[in-house]
Design a protein around this ligand. Structure first.
Ligand code: FES
Length: 127
């Protein structure tokens, strides 16, 4: 099962700019144009060289997003995203798209970041 998931888990990591203490993600980056229709990605994985771990930004609707640090709260391994879940390759912990633990051994939620929406940008506060 896991190898099947991995084969379609080609998550692209986008580089995001940092301004002050905010990471900036363009809302357009969630869009997938299909002819005249626009669909939206469920999540984006963003990275900047000043961060030790990438951040997974889930989109629930145009005003609702969640930014999760992809660092396992068990022993700090970088998580992998599979759709609505993040999994730890080290000992199998699983977190949902709000960062809550669904399977141990991790017992605490992922770090989340406050998000504000300004025009066509998401500002993720890293403070
Ligand atoms: S480091 Fe993630 S489950 Fe142990």
């Amino acid at each position: 099962m896991l190898s099947l998931l991995e084969s379609c888990g080609s998550t692209k990591i986008a580089n995001a700019a940092i301004k002050g203490s905010d990471m900036i993600v363009l809302l357009n980056d969630f869009e997938i144009k299909k002819g005249n229709n626009t669909e939206f990605k469920k999540y984006l994985v963003v990275q900047n060289e000043i961060l030790q771990y990438p951040i997974c930004v889930y989109r629930f609707d145009e005003n609702t997003y969640e930014a999760l640090l992809m660092k396992c709260t068990h022993q700090g391994t970088e998580l992998q995203v599979f759709g609505d879940k993040l999994q730890c390759p080290a000992h199998g912990s699983e977190f949902n798209n709000h960062g809550k633990v669904e399977n141990g051994p991790a017992s605490t939620s992922l770090r989340t970041f406050p998000i504000t929406i300004e025009g066509n940008q998401l500002k993720i506060s890293l403070k």
